[in-house]
Design a protein around this ligand. Structure first.
Ligand code: FES
Length: 579
C-alpha cells in the first residue's frame, strides 16, 4: 500500500509552476489562460500528462487520438486536468533500421517531458513493441505517479477460411512463397487480411508480451492488456485509467512503489507462462536497472525454471490474443499461476496482485491451461552460456523444433546482413540440414540497434528439401512473432570483439539447451591467433548525431541495451528548482 500520506492541493508538483505569487508563476498562469482556461481549471488539482506515442506511421496506434479523449474524460471526471504530451512514436513496421535503436530515445524523451513540465502524474500510452518498455523506463527514472494504458491487440486476421496471426503466419506463408507453393493472388489476399484493425500484433509477439508483463507487474489496470484495441471495453479501460491516475497523485503512489523486485520476478514468471517474446528479457533488464532492482540474466534463468507454458497462443501455441481475451485474459492466467507469484506485490489499483486476481476465471480451458495441463512443461526463454557467448545468449525452445535443441554442426558464416541477403538463397551455398547458420555484426553496436534479424531465413536450397528449421545464431534479436531454433542476443557482440566475430566457415558449434550451453569447438590457441588478427568491422549507419551517441553509450544485451549514462536510481536527476 502507499507509504506516503495523502497529498494536499498545495503539495502538488504543478503548484510550483502555478501557485506562487511571483513573476514566473504569473507567466505560467497567464499563458495557461491564453489557452482559454480559467485559473481553477488548472490550479490546485492534479495536472495529468497523457504521454501519447502516436503518429500516422505507427499503424498499431491509430486509435490513440480517440483514446486520449477517453483518458481525458476520466481525468476530468475525477477532478484532474489533462494535457496531451506527444512523444516519439515507434511504429515497428515502418521505422528503419529498427525501433530498438530508438527505444532509449523515447525513454529519455518520456523522462524529460515529465521533468520539464508542470505534471503531477502521467498516463503512459504504448503498445507497439518498444513503446512499452521505453515509456516505463522513462517514467521509472522520473518517478512521479504513472499508469500505463496498453494499446491492445488488433482483431484476428483472416484469409479465406484460415485464421491469420501477425508475423507468425507471414513467416510461414513467405516460406511457402519462396519455395513456389503460393501464387501472387493468394499472397495478395493474405496481405489484405492479416491486419484488419487498429491495435498491436495479435500473436504473443513483443507487443502482447510487454503489455501482458506491464499488467502482471501491476502498472496497468487489471485485465487491460488483452482487450482488443477496437472493443468498447478498451475505451472504458482508458477512461478508468484516467480516473485512477488522479487518485494515484493524491496517494503519491509512484512507479518505484509498484515496479519492485517482486514485480519483476512476477514478470519473468508470467513471461514463461505466456511463451513471451525473447525481447522481453532485454527490456526487463533495462527497466530493472532503471528501477534499481538487481536483475541479471542469471536471475532470469533461476526465476523462470520450472514455469510451464500455459497460454496456448501463437507462435508457441494455437490461438490469438482475441481468443485469450475471451478466455479470461491475463487475470485468469495469473490466477492459474497464483502459487508461483508474489501475490503481495502492489498494483496501481492500490490493491495487491493477489486481491485483484481473486476469483478470476478461465472461460476457455484450451486457451488458458492450468498448471496440471500445460501446453508445454517448460516456458518460453532459456538463457545460454558457453565459449561462444561468455556473457549470455537466449533461445525460445518452445518455438524451435525439438530435434534441434541438442545439436552439433559446422558453421556457415555470414559477416553481416548484406552478406546474408546476397548469399543465403544461392544454390551453391555449402549448407545442409546439419549446418549452423551464423550472422555476425548484427548487435547493438554492429547493426546498429540490434535489429530483429535473428530469424535468419532457412536457405532456399533446404526449403526445397522440405526442411523448415535449422540452428541459427546471431547477436541480433528476433521478432516475438518468429519461430525456429534461433540463438539470439549473443554477448559480447561480434562488432566489439566477442567470440561470435571469430567464427569461420566449418567451425563446429554445439548447442545444448537442456544444459544451457552454447560452445564454439575450436582450440584456444587457434582462437587466440584469430583474436590477435581481428580488426573491427566497418560500422554502417554513419557516425554522427544520435547514432554516434547510441554507439558510444549503449550497453550489451545482458545489461538491457540501455545507455550507460541513463542507468541509476530513480529520481537521481534533480527536479527543476529555478523558476
Ligand atoms: Fe506494432 Fe507488431 S507492428 S505491434
Amino acid at each position: 500500500m502507499p507509504t506516503r500520506p495523502r497529498k494536499t492541493a498545495e503539495q502538488l508538483r504543478s503548484m510550483r509552476w502555478f501557485g506562487p505569487d511571483d513573476l514566473r508563476s504569473f507567466g505560467h498562469r497567464s499563458r495557461a489562460k491564453q489557452m482559454g482556461l480559467a485559473r481553477e481549471e488548472f490550479t490546485g488539482r492534479p495536472v495529468i500528462g497523457i504521454i501519447n506515442t502516436w503518429n500516422e506511421l505507427n499503424t498499431c496506434h491509430t486509435h490513440f487520438p480517440e483514446r486520449v479523449e477517453d483518458i481525458r474524460r476520466g481525468v476530468l471526471e475525477a477532478g484532474g486536468f489533462a494535457v496531451e504530451m506527444p512523444a516519439l512514436s515507434l511504429g515497428e513496421q515502418m521505422m528503419k533500421p529498427t525501433t530498438m535503436l530508438y527505444r532509449n530515445f523515447l525513454a529519455m524523451e518520456t523522462e524529460e517531458l515529465i521533468r520539464a513540465h508542470p505534471l503531477d502524474g502521467v498516463v503512459l500510452m504504448g503498445g507497439c513493441d518498444k513503446t512499452t518498455p521505453a515509456v516505463l523506463m522513462g517514467a521509472l527514472s522520473a518517478n512521479i505517479p504513472a499508469i500505463y494504458v496498453p494499446a491492445g491487440p488488433m482483431l484476428r486476421g483472416h484469409w479465406r477460411d484460415v485464421t491469420l496471426g501477425s508475423g507468425t503466419d507471414v513467416w510461414k506463408y513467405w516460406d511457402d512463397r519462396r519455395s513456389g507453393k503460393l501464387g501472387d493472388k493468394e499472397w495478395s489476399e493474405i496481405e489484405d487480411g492479416i491486419a484488419r484493425s487498429a491495435g498491436t500484433c495479435m500473436t504473443m509477439g513483443t507487443a502482447a508480451t510487454m503489455m501482458s508483463l506491464a499488467e502482471a507487474m501491476g502498472i496497468s489496470l487489471p485485465g487491460a492488456s488483452a482487450i482488443p484495441a477496437v472493443d468498447a471495453s478498451h475505451k472504458r479501460m482508458a477512461a478508468a485509467s484516467g480516473r485512477r491516475i488522479v487518485e494515484m497523485v493524491w496517494e503519491d503512489m509512484r512507479p518505484t512503489d509498484i515496479l519492485t523486485e517482486a514485480a519483476f520476478e512476477n514478470a519473468i514468471i508470467v513471461d514463461m507462462a505466456i511463451g513471451g517474446s525473447t525481447n522481453a528479457i532485454v527490456h526487463l533488464l533495462a527497466m530493472a536497472r532503471r528501477a534499481g532492482v538487481p536483475l541479471t540474466m542469471d536471475t532470469f534463468d533461476r526465476v523462470a525454471a520450472g514455469i510451464p507454458l500455459l497460454a496456448n497462443i501463437r507462435p508457441s501455441g494455437k490461438y490469438l490474443m482475441e481468443d485469450f481475451y475471451y478466455a479470461g485474459g491475463l487475470p485468469a492466467l495469473l490466477a492459474q499461476l497464483a502459487p508461483r507469484l508474489h501475490l503481495a506485490a502492489l498494483t496501481v489499483t492500490g490493491h495487491t496482485l493477489g486481491e485483484v486476481i481473486a476469483g478470476a476465471q478461465v472461460y476457455a480451458p484450451d486457451v488458458i491451461r492450468g498448471l496440471d495441463n500445460p501446453v508445454k512443461p517448460a516456458g518460453g526463454t532459456a538463457v545460454l552460456r558457453g565459449s561462444l557467448a561468455p556473457d549470455g545468449a537466449v533461445i525460445k525452445p518452445t518455438a524451435a523444433e525439438d530435434r534441434l535443441l541438442v545439436h552439433e554442426g559446422p558453421a556457415v558464416v555470414f559477416r553481416d546482413i548484406r552478406d546474408l541477403k546476397a548469399r543465403v538463397d544461392r544454390d551453391d551455398l555449402d549448407v545442409t540440414a546439419d549446418s549452423v547458420l551464423v550472422l555476425q555484426n548484427a548487435g547493438p553496436v554492429g547493426a546498429p540497434g540490434m535489429p530483429e534479424w535473428g530469424q535468419l531465413p532457412v536457405p532456399r536450397k533446404l526449403l526445397r528439401q522440405g526442411i523448415r528449421d535449422i540452428v541459427r545464431i546471431s547477436d541480433a534479436r528476433m521478432s516475438g512473432t518468429s519461430y525456429g531454433a534461433c540463438v539470439l542476443h549473443v554477448a559480447p557482440e561480434a562488432a566489439i570483439g566477442g567470440p561470435l566475430g571469430l567464427v569461420r566457415d566449418g567451425d563446429r558449434i554445439r548447442l545444448d539447451v537442456p544444459n544451457r550451453r552454447l560452445d564454439l569447438l575450436v582450440a584456444e590457441d587457434e582462437l587466440a591467433r584469430r583474436r590477435a588478427a581481428w580488426t573491427p568491422p566497418p560500422l554502417p549507419g554513419g557516425d554522427r548525431g544520435y547514432v554516434a551517441l547510441y554507439r558510444r553509450s549503449v550497453t550489451q544485451a545482458d545489461k538491457g541495451c540501455d545507455f550507460d549514462f541513463m542507468q541509476g536510481a530513480p529520481g537521481t536527476m534533480p527536479e527543476p528548482d529555478i523558476f
